[in-house]
Design a protein around this ligand. Sequence first.
Ligand code: SF4
Length: 323
Amino acid sequence: MKKLLEVEDLYIDFKTLWGVAKVLNGVSFDIREGEIFGLVGETGCGKSVTALSILRLLPPNARISGKILFKGENLLEKSEEELRKIRGKEISIVFQDPMTSLNPLFKIGEQMLDVIELHEGLSREKAEEHAKKLLKAVGLSDPGRILDSYPHELSGGMRQRIMIAMALSSNPSLLIADEPTTALDVTIQKQILELILDLRSKYKFSVLLITHDLGVVAGVCDRVGVMYAGNIVEIADTEELFENPLHPYTQGLLSVVPDPRMKKPIRPLRGSVPSLLNPPSGCRFHPRCDYTSKTCTTVKPELHEYSPGHFVACHLYGGEGSD
Ligand code: SF4
């Protein structure tokens, strides 16, 4: 499958009052056309920063280096004007809480039609037709009533469906979904994930799904990248990751959601996530790892292909700088 997005050696630092936070530490992964790629890890590991960097929506105190190639072009070299044509059109994003993206003072119709008019250059009448079609596509059966409602008159699940409809209004090639179901109850979560799967089959876009929940990954993702403290430590097909997790951190994460597919013994995680103002040297996971060696404390393990399609950054599996 052709690559749609290639993130190469991405470093992001934030200047803060307390020092420089080294938030991304050389992140590399790619997303292929039509696939759902999950980025999973604990809160603060850099998943959302990765998503925002793709859209170049980082705050001014961020310093960024590396490459983000979208359809072969480096987004980090684009002007603000060029990016505006990509954001919300070629690449759309859905956030965790739709109430932060929807304006409570305006009816859904006004907000949706404004977005469609802006991106598609349609007349108000045509934009309304398009909006109703999209609302039906995301499973909302009475689009006329929805367009005439204020956000607070709708449930959380309905609001998230509306955000997905708005994100899809320009027929993007890449949908970034940042914890899209975290604020919803379990039944609605399942429906939203099924909706994303259905829409992907219908519209053929790729998805970057950001989540802390391995259950979400198991249900919908084709491939997964596991993030820890600003690094991707493992990438594999979802099935392979659950059956044969290599990195000690992935094994620890999976121990929280025991899955019958796992063949390896379960090793729960100990300790807590390090501060990125002063991250551990070498492998950032070394203070929490049961297999730490001297090399681990000094040499950063690089992500390398351990078996076909299965990448890991850990000295236990060889690779650059390992003994
Ligand atoms: Fe553990 Fe070393 Fe592997 Fe890091 S590189 S996960 S410390 S064994």
